[in-house]
Design a protein around this ligand. Structure first.
Ligand code: NAP
Length: 248
């Protein structure tokens, strides 16, 4: 049985990494997926790769989630071109890591505007459609750093902690319309975002992971697919860490 037959999903930040794997996973089980990222080349390439495996499942949309009006227009476009979405995955995220002493206003604004305001923008854009959809789901990709904080990531920690608060408020507001809203908090997952870190930082992180290994994008996509499926209808307002035991 395809869990997502006749379902339409929107995945932001799906041009590579965790978002691309989530889009691929949903497409592999029958969903039509809107693959959203900032650059046309990255979402175009990701959609092409997904379509090679699951023909006709993916459509690329190059939109900056931080741009409120562009996201409202995107919601209308996706609904016209693919259909009314059942599933919204807020995964787009950036880092601008540096100690507070050196953090510039733009480092703060870019991270908050993408990671936190981006989710507000998409929920505003898609909420009316989701409220009428079958098995409506919102899943926000937060981070364990939003739970425990991290030196050098004040902007990122605040954005992800904010996203967790937003998740719970949305879960409460939309529960009456059967829309569930949950957050997944990845630990250290091997992607371009974490490849940037030095070997010394990676070793220090690894020492704190009881399962003794970094996570893969598939570890996140598996949980997201479960939360997006009809089987997860009674789970809402939760934050689930996928971190090899790092924050237990
Ligand atoms: P990644 O490899 O850097 O990919 C990020 C994706 O987000 C790219 O497709 C990028 O698009 C897109 N994006 C960035 N800013 C955007 C914007 N303003 N509008 C639309 N799309 C935008 O990141 P990742 O490691 O897969 O992380 C995905 C999510 O998981 C993020 O929210 C991240 O904070 C979270 N997370 C990751 C880890 C980890 O260990 N990797 C841990 C905890 C949480 P372009 O290609 O167009 O730039």
């Amino acid at each position: 049985m395809s869990r997502f037959a006749n379902k339409i999903a929107v995945v932001t930040g799906a041009g590579r990494g965790i978002g691309q794997e989530i889009a691929r996973k949903l497409a592999s089980e029958g969903a039509k997926v809107a693959v959203v990222s900032r650059s046309a080349s990255s979402c175009g390439k990701a959609a092409e790769e997904i379509n090679k495996e699951f023909p006709g499942s993916a459509t690329a949309y190059d939109v900056d989630v931080a741009d409120h009006q562009a996201v409202q227009d995107l919601a209308a476009r996706i609904t016209n071109e693919i259909g009314a979405p059942n599933i919204l995955i807020n995964n787009a995220g950036v880092t601008r890591d540096t100690l507070l002493m050196r953090m510039k206003e733009e480092d703060w604004d870019t991270v908050i505007d993408t990671n936190l305001k981006g989710a507000f923008n998409t929920v505003k854009g898609f909420m009316r459609t989701l409220m009428k959809a079958e098995d409506p789901r919102i899943i926000n990709i937060a981070s364990v750093i939003g739970l425990i904080g991290n030196a050098g990531q004040a902007n990122y920690s605040a954005s992800k902690a904010g996203l967790i608060g937003f998740t719970k408020a949305v879960a409460r507001e939309l529960a009456g319309r059967s829309v569930t809203c949950n957050a997944v908090a990845p630990g250290f997952i091997t992607t371009d975002m974490t490849d940037e870190l030095s070997d010394a930082v990676k070793e220090a992180v690894l020492a704190k992971i009881p399962l003794g290994t970094f996570g893969q994008t598939t570890d996140i996509a598996e949980l997201v697919a479960y939360l997006a499926s009809p089987a997860a209808r009674y789970i809402t307002g939760q934050v689930i860490a996928v971190d090899g035991g790092m924050t237990m």
